[in-house]
Design a protein. Structure first.
Length: 278
């Protein structure tokens, strides 16, 4: 065989070896928390994922229920995914301590992703997860897009001050996400749940709701078989005649990830339209 052909074959085989060996990132990733499910589906290649929580495939709870149904489901326990031989597992700070301990015992790498309390922490979570799965470019793209949209929100100072009460099913839900409240404040929306501790984290009566006198009540709506006391309460004639309400799909901002901006911008649009009509 001519020498130049041999050299080309050697070079070509070297390129093939390099191409197949340069990817050092994890190829079998599991998530044991709904919110890390959401981030993982946004950042990873589909064939990198091997397991997500059962919550991720619930239409009423997950904005990514359709793609999530393609994967093995777990119940948030290490024992659910260890037989799958993952090379990386994501947990939340609320995962049981023995879950992390068991993964460490059997030598499986794990990353604990904290609940973000600020938008900066939210972006840091994206950065940490994208780096861990060797998807830095995807992570930086999400960070850039989120930061750009957030900057536009913060720079618009034309909005009038508005007050809102956040209701999850049956309760006034203060700080189900501190990140939500941070961004709502950027929109010049006062969150009464935060300002008035008496309205936080408990069931409210119709009388209390009316007395709190918010400009808007923002209610988390759950689709499917999830009855909601607060949804029924908002149908009361006194509420209908006294308060302006905005319903949002709970699944769209249940997790403090980049995805909640769509819902917050939807809320702002609804508020602006209502004000313009009045």
């Amino acid at each position: 065989m001519p020498k130049h052909i041999v050299n080309l074959l050697v070079l070509f085989s070297g390129i093939l070896v390099l191409a197949t060996s340069t990817y050092a990132g994890p190829k079998r990733i599991a998530s044991l928390n709904l919110c890390t499910d959401e981030l993982l589906l946004s950042l990873a290649d589909p064939d990198q994922i091997i397991s997500l929580t059962w919550l991720a495939r619930e239409e009423s709870l997950s904005a990514f229920f359709e793609p999530a149904r393609a994967y093995h489901q777990n119940n948030g326990r290490a024992s659910d995914v260890i037989p799958l031989n993952p090379d990386l597992v994501f947990l939340s700070e609320f995962s049981p301590a023995n879950t992390l301990g068991l993964l460490e015992t059997v030598g499986i790498k794990s990353v604990v992703v904290p609940e973000p309390r600020t938008t900066k922490q939210l972006l840091e979570n994206i950065r940490v997860m994208s780096s861990a799965i060797d998807q830095v470019k995807k992570g930086e793209k999400l960070i850039s897009l989120f930061s750009s949209r957030l900057k536009s929100i913060a720079e618009d100072t034309s909005r009038q001050k508005t007050s809102a009460l956040l209701l999850s099913p049956g309760i006034a839900s203060f700080g189900s996400s501190a990140v939500k409240i941070e961004i709502l404040k950027m929109l010049n929306i006062r969150v009464l749940n935060q300002e008035k501790p008496s309205l936080a984290n408990r069931y409210l009566t119709i009388e209390e709701l009316i007395r709190s006198s918010p400009d808007f009540v923002i209610i988390d709506k759950y689709s499917g078989d999830y009855p909601s006391v607060s949804e029924e309460m908002l149908r009361h004639p006194l509420i209908q005649s006294s308060l302006s309400t905005i319903e949002v799909e709970a699944k769209d901002w249940l997790c403090s990830t980049h995805n909640l901006l769509d819902t917050i911008e939807h809320i702002n649009t609804k508020i602006e339209l209502t004000k313009n009509r009045s």
